[in-house]
Each structure stands twice: as C-alpha cells, then as structure tokens.
Design a protein around this ligand. Structure first.
Ligand SMILES: N[C@@H]1[C@@H](O)[C@H](O)[C@@H](COP(=O)(O)O)O[C@@H]1O
Length: 257
C-alpha cells in the first residue's frame, strides 16, 4: 500500500489524475473503473483539461462504473449516468458505447446483476479502479455488512449513506433506498486500485479502513489485502493516519520558489 500526501483537494485531484492518465497513456486500451461522488470530480476536471491540451486519448478505453441508484432514470440529474456524462464523458473523446454503468431502471435485480457481472467478465478485468470512500467505509455502494458481497448486487442503502447523499436531492425522502453496486470481489480483482479521500470528515474512516481490522463491518478495510493499492488523500483526510503512523505517508518537500 502506498499512501500519498496531498496538500488540499486540488493537489489530491491532480496527483490522482496523473496516475490515471499514466495508465491510459501507457495502455490506450485500458479498462478503467470509475467512481462518482464529490471526491472524484476534481480528477475528471483535470483529465478533461489535459485531454483538451492533446495529452490523453480516451477513444479506445473502456470504462465500467461502480454503481447506480435503483429507480432513477439515466437522464435524471441525480443518476450516476448523468453525473458521469456531465462531469466527464461529454467533454472527452470516449466512445459512449464503451462506457458501462448498471441500469438503475431494471426492476429485475437478478437479471441486472447477472448482466453487469457478465460485462465485467467480458471486459477481461479492470486495469485500474478509482474509488472514493463513504463515511461508514463503503466503497461503491458496498455497505457495512456481516459478510463481503462478492459480485454485483442490489443493496439497501444505509441510513448514514442516505443522509450523506441527501445533499444531491431536494430532500432526504427523495434519495433512493436501493442501489446496484459492483461487489467486493470485482473491485479487488482490479489490477490497480486508486483510493481517494478528502477532508477531515473522512479522517477516522480512512484510518480504520487502512489500519484497523479487516472486517465487512468496514468494507474498505478489505483494500489492505490488495497488492497494488495507492491512496491519495489530502491533509484533512490523512490527519488521523499522520498522527498515528506518520511513517506510512509519502510526501516530498515542495521545491523553494
Ligand atoms: N456510491 C458513492 C461512492 O462511490 C462514493 O465514494 C461515496 C463517497 O462520496 P463523496 O465522494 O461524495 O464523499 O458515496 C457515494 O455514495
């Protein structure tokens, strides 16, 4: 596990974008696992900027997203499809036919989960998976549970998650109660994982996930077992780790101006 220190949100976003862009530049046919939430928006912004400068070509990549709310139409502004399209896809030269997101409007959960699992398999695995982290340690929408769910499943969202995500809706009551999410096994099978965290509010859960016991009660704790995990987090999110395990955080002195 590599933990990289970022000064602030912008620095975190640029450092993470550097890692993702290197992947795409070195393998133009990469399968990239993408995430939503407020944490990765700065990464997408940075990648768009570099795309506009002619530095990165997304035309041959394939993308597979972690999750989607159930019962929300793709074109509604709260869907994760809409988020991906607005924040990233519409600005770059990715082929939309090569972008995959669970279909939240499919009522038959078994059918949708099977379909999405097959897509992940047919893509031949994920080269790099981008992740944010929920306040309760969820990754994708894998909520704290008694066991790790392996593959794509329909999950009942935690009250904490509903509360945290209510900011994207008019009221808490409007937040969907269920979502489809890629499972822990699919995430763990990604060749590389890039976990992002920003802000003091994530500091305890980031510490528990990376240094606490590995338990399905803290889904992100399983990432300790991945052999190519890079964490990029800002000062706020790293505060607990910095106070208890400062030696585990890589940072370099800024060049003097
Ligand atoms: N399903 C998403 C996750 O993929 C995301 O990582 C997490 C944190 O979101 P944020 O980055 O807004 O804190 O919550 C959401 O519920």
């Amino acid at each position: 596990m590599k933990i990289l220190f970022a000064r602030d949100y912008q620095d975190m976003s640029r450092k993470a974008a550097n890692i993702l862009s290197a992947q795409v530049i070195l393998n133009t046919k990469s399968v990239v696992g993408l995430a939503t939430g407020s944490t990765p928006t700065g990464v997408y912004k940075q990648l768009i900027e570099w795309y506009e400068k002619g530095d990165i070509d997304f035309s041959k990549i394939k993308s597979v997203n972690l999750d989607e709310y159930c019962g929300i139409k793709a074109d509604s502004d709260q869907s994760y499809y809409y988020y991906m399209y607005e924040n990233f896809f519409k600005h770059i030269n990715i082929n939309l036919k090569n972008t995959y997101i669970p279909d939240g409007m499919e009522k038959d959960a078994q059918l949708e989960c099977k379909r999405y699992n097959n897509i992940i398999k047919q893509l031949g695995g994920i080269d790099i998976q981008l992740l944010g982290i929920g306040h309760n340690g969820h990754i994708g929408f894998n909520e704290p549970n008694e066991a790790f769910e392996k593959e794509t499943h329909c999950v009942k969202l935690d009250d904490k998650t509903i509360e945290a995500n209510a900011r994207f809706f008019d009221s808490k009551e409007e937040v969907p109660t269920h979502a489809y999410t890629m499972g822990i096994k699919s995430i763990m099978q990604a060749k590389k994982i890039l976990l992002l965290a920003s802000g003091e509010g994530k500091s305890k859960i980031l510490y528990d996930s990376l240094f606490g016991p590995i338990t399905p009660g803290v889904p992100a704790s399983i990432l300790q077992l991945h052999n190519d995990l890079t964490v990029v987090a800002d000062e706020g999110a790293l505060s607990e780790i910095m106070s208890k395990h400062p030696e585990s955080v890589e940072q370099f002195n800024m060049p003097k101006k």
